[in-house]
Write a protein that binds this ligand. Structure first.
Ligand SMILES: *Cc1c(COP(=O)(O)O)cnc(C)c1O
Length: 408
């Protein structure tokens, strides 16, 4: 019950055991094409480009940023948790002039505030987290895309924690590049980063590729070493994470790049297929239901939910660790006594909150009820005073009210 990695659907585990096919085997390239098509549905986009980067989610984020940021570009990074700092760090390494705007942890920005910052700063690119798992917050993004288009900025979104669990509207919200994750709401093992980007983003990739080609031609650019240096700076500074090369590998031309991670591709395809066959709306409703049942149970125990309730990420509940309770001891008792794993947090929140995920295959009623019961028993054992029995009842109330029935 952490915010990832979470339990994997047994059908995905089975897909991982399929025989290995060659990367240019026609059967395998059909699977690649199918996966792209499934990803377009998952990201709710008509984009031509939708494919995974091989590596954990962070590799997808880095691929998008290193491919779309030229040294010297102005990049706006709104920060409201740990993963915002990650975007800042990668962006800085790309040689950008980074403009960070920070919100105290536990809150988010309004879309109007973000749009205003975009109009004021006129960046070349905006990099923002959608679901911030470190603080359990969700940043509303609808309305930011307009401002980005006005000033010609690309909008790049880390939707690692939200894809497949919460609506991510790539086209409707005018997101230029979106990176998802496998091991969170999609319930696929960690190891791939599905992403998508539109023609606006692709134009930037292709311009950088043309410069690279120009530099390779005999003589190089006119204007001597200085012009050479200026142009060389615009070349994408990664080979493995160069989206302009990866998209050629994922195109019908199948230009060789790396060897595709065969087994992970089977898993990704199966996991996304399962998500779509459940139906995205039904899946979002399931995440919402179990997230609220868990939150109701925690509140009924007298625990304080961390952060502004208006921006709660439906798939993560953050709980303030009560005074006098050793958070790590509680986590250890839950794990060893009940087989339930919950998470701590990072940086300023380390030792201050627990984070409980309701994601993907783990997001189900039996898990929520067991977690609440186990946490109640553990807290009582640690001397925390709470009204016994209320937590599970509060969760059952939520299920009953939802029409899902209490299951009893
Ligand atoms: C988990 C997570 C990541 C990093 O994912 P890895 O798969 O560990 O690379 C990035 N961003 C957010 C918001 C996350 O929750």
């Amino acid at each position: 019950m952490t915010p990832g990695p979470v339990e994997v659907d047994p059908r995905v585990l089975r897909a991982l055991s399929y025989p290995i096919l060659g990367q240019f085997d026609p059967e395998f390239t059909v699977l690649m094409n199918e996966t792209s098509e499934l990803l377009r549905h998952l990201f709710r986009t008509e984009n031509r480009r939708a494919y995974p980067v091989d590596g954990t989610s962070r590799s997808g984020i880095e691929a998008a940023l290193v491919s779309l940021i030229e040294p010297g570009d102005r990049v706006l990074v709104p920060i409201f948790g740990r993963f915002g700092h990650l975007l800042y760090e990668i962006t800085e390494r790309c040689g950008a002039t980074v403009i960070a705007i920070e919100r105290e942890w536990g809150g988010v920005f309004s879309p109007e505030e973000l749009a205003e910052a975009v109009r004021r700063e006129r960046p070349d690119l905006v990099a923002v987290v959608h679901g911030e798992t470190s603080t359990g917050r969700m940043q509303p993004l609808d309305g930011v895309g307009d401002a980005c288009r006005e000033v010609g900025a690309l909008l790049v979104v880390d939707a690692v924690a939200t894809i497949g669990g919460v609506p991510v509207e790539t086209d409707a919200w005018q997101l230029d590049a979106v990176v998802g994750g496998t091991q969170k709401c999609l319930s696929i093992p960690s190891g791939m980063a599905p992403l998508t980007y539109n023609d606006r983003a692709e134009r930037k990739l292709l311009a950088r590729k043309r410069i690279e080609r120009g530099l390779r031609t005999a003589g190089g650019p006119e204007g001597g070493p200085e012009a050479w240096e200026r142009q060389a700076a615009a070349v994408i500074r990664s080979n493995y994470l160069d989206l302009s090369q990866l998209q050629d590998y994922w195109s019908p031309a199948r230009l060789n790049h790396h060897t595709e991670m065969t087994s992970m591709l089977y898993a990704l395809r199966e996991g996304v297929r399962i998500a779509l066959s459940e139906g995205l709306e039904a899946r979002f409703a399931r995440h919402e239901l179990h997230g609220s049942a868990l939150a109701a149970g925690l509140a009924a125990m007298g625990l304080e939910l961390y952060g502004d309730p208006a921006s709660k990420l439906p798939v993560v509940a953050c709980v303030t660790i009560p005074d006098g309770i050793d958070g790590e001891r509680v986590r250890a008792m839950l794990l060893h006594g009940f087989g339930v794993e919950i998470a701590g947090s990072f940086g300023p929140l380390k030792g201050k909150i627990w984070r409980i995920g309701t994601m993907g295959f783990s997001c189900r009623r039996t898990n929520v009820l067991h977690t609440l019961g186990a946490l109640e028993a553990t807290l009582l054992r640690c001397g925390y005073r709470l009204p016994p029995g209320e937590a599970v009842q509060a969760a059952l109330d939520v299920y009953e009210r939802s029409g899902a029935g209490a299951g009893v």
